[in-house]
Write a protein that binds this ligand. Structure first.
Ligand code: 5GP
Ligand code: MG
Ligand code: MG
Length: 180
């Protein structure tokens, strides 16, 4: 455990098991289809890469950057797309992958943009879901873990750029925010 972490919410073992399950489920549901995983950087990079390797069907990878968070712990409300996909996704089955769905504004904004590129389908995959915080009624199509409304870090999730490489998902000590 790390000195800035108050408690571990999801262990490394639980993450591995769940990612494997999700990969197997997606492989069944998308067998025979042209699939592209679109990963929202930076947070979803760890999860998306592991998920892609847990899938037994061919998948392409793309990366986007959408940001609403500064260095704080609550959303600013407006989501800006700072890096768009490079490949043509027309006719492909898109799995849009993020580290966490909170208010739902990020998925809503990015989905709207991707729809203009005429993919065959778009579904959302969230490693974590804080369902109590939703502002727009959007449901992720695939969810790794439903979690309480606490600010979490690790396995891709950061606070002010730190903690992404922790192998578990945990809750930060309040004293860490107080330092900011
Ligand atoms: P939404 O747009 O759904 O409100 O928020 C999605 C984004 O907010 C995520 O991609 C993530 O960057 C950030 N976020 C929301 N909750 C948390 C959290 O508990 N921890 C961290 N590190 N980021 C979060
Ligand atoms: Mg994010
Ligand atoms: Mg972040």
């Amino acid at each position: 455990m790390h000195e800035d972490i108050k408690s571990v919410l999801i262990t490394e073992e639980q993450i591995k098991k769940r990612v494997q399950e999700m990969g197997e489920q997606l492989s069944k549901e998308y067998a025979g289809k042209r699939v592209i995983l679109i990963c929202l950087l930076k947070g979803a990079a760890f999860f998306a890469c592991d998920l892609s390797r847990a899938m037994s069907i061919p998948v392409r990878m793309e990366f986007m950057v959408a940001s609403s968070y500064g260095d704080g712990t609550t959303t600013s409300g407006s989501v800006a797309v700072r890096l768009d996909v490079k490949d043509d996704i027309a006719g492909m089955h898109v799995l849009l992958v993020d580290d966490i769905i909170d208010t739902g504004l990020t998925f809503a904004r990015v989905k709207t943009l991707l729809e203009t590129k005429k993919p065959a389908s778009i579904k959302t995959v969230a490693m974590c879901d804080k369902e109590d915080r939703r502002q727009n009624g959007l449901e992720a199509d695939y969810v790794g873990f439903t979690i309480p409304d606490e600010f979490v870090v690790g396995y891709g999730l950061d606070y002010a750029g730190d903690y992404r490489n922790l192998p578990f998902i945990g809750v930060l000590k309040p004293s860490v925010y107080a330092r900011a």
